[in-house]
Each structure stands twice: as C-alpha cells, then as structure tokens.
Design a binder for this molecule. Structure first.
Ligand SMILES: [Zn+2]
Length: 157
C-alpha cells in the first residue's frame, strides 16, 4: 500500500470506530469503558492497517479527532460523571491516546525489511573473496592472505 492510501485507511478506520462507539456511548449513558475501548480499537486498527508508525499516528489522529468532533456536534455525550455535559478535554486526551496506540502498533508491525534495514544501517559489508589455499574469507582488495600468506592479487572474487 502506498503511504497516502495507508494514511487515509488509518484515518477512516479511526473515524468509523470512534463515531460508532461514541454513538453507542450516547445511547448507553456515558460508559467510560466504551470511550476507552473506542480509543484502543481505533489506535490498534490504524496501526495494523498502516504498519508504519508515523502514518498510523497521523491517520489515527485525524480520524479520531474527526470522530470525536462528529460525536460532539451530534450531542453524543462522552463520559462525564458530574454533569450531563460533554468533556472536550477528555475527547482530546482520548485522541492523543489513539495516536500513541496507533504509532506503537505501526512501529511493532512495520515490515520486516524495514526493521532489518534500520538494524543494519551503517554496517557496510565490504566485498570479499576466499583464499584458494586455506579457504579464509579475506577482503577482495587483499593482495596476500592474512591467514596463510598466499599471494592473492590474481584471484577473481
Ligand atoms: Zn590463505
């Protein structure tokens, strides 16, 4: 998947989950567990879909904020034990949590090739050849074998 498609997928997944569960929260009377579940689900789905930490975080952030925005303007109440009012700060905090979860998921699930690229970065493997006399692996520019001393300059690598 291309980067932009991944970002859109993460945003849409987060949006759908947050909007759907905000709606459920509104129906069920501001259940804090549902709010946390929606955040976790949006982040996990974004991370799994995108498999790239930064795109997952950005997509989940956009989707989560949009979902909370829709829920807020539709009058769907999020958890508030003290009053029948929505808590905007709590929605923003949940969106931030979604971003963190998505980034973590994207980081853990990123393609194996990228992981190995990061691990192997800076470790240039020099071209090598093997000594026909003793079998030692020696640098291809070596003139004499460091193990047995045989002259190597005419050997093809
Ligand atoms: Zn040798």
């Amino acid at each position: 998947m291309r980067q932009s498609a991944r970002l859109v997928a993460a945003a849409l997944a987060s949006l759908a989950i947050v909007a759907a569960l905000s709606y459920a929260e509104g129906l069920s009377g501001q259940n804090p567990a549902l709010a946390l579940l929606s955040t976790a689900l949006a982040g996990i789905v974004a991370g799994v879909l995108v498999r790239e930490a930064l795109a997952a975080a950005v997509g989940a952030g956009i989707g989560s904020l949009a979902g909370h925005g829709i829920a807020f303007t539709q009058g769907l109440l999020l958890w508030n034990p003290l009053a029948q009012q929505d808590i905007v700060v709590f929605r923003v905090m949940l969106s931030a949590l979604t971003v963190v979860i998505a980034a973590g998921g994207g980081f853990l699930l990123r393609p194996r090739a990228v992981q190995q690229e990061e691990i192997g970065a800076g470790e240039e493997v020099p071209p090598q050849k093997s000594c026909p006399e003793c079998g030692s692996v020696v640098p291809s520019e070596a003139i004499y074998c460091p193990m047995c001393g045989r002259k190597l300059e005419e050997i093809e690598s």
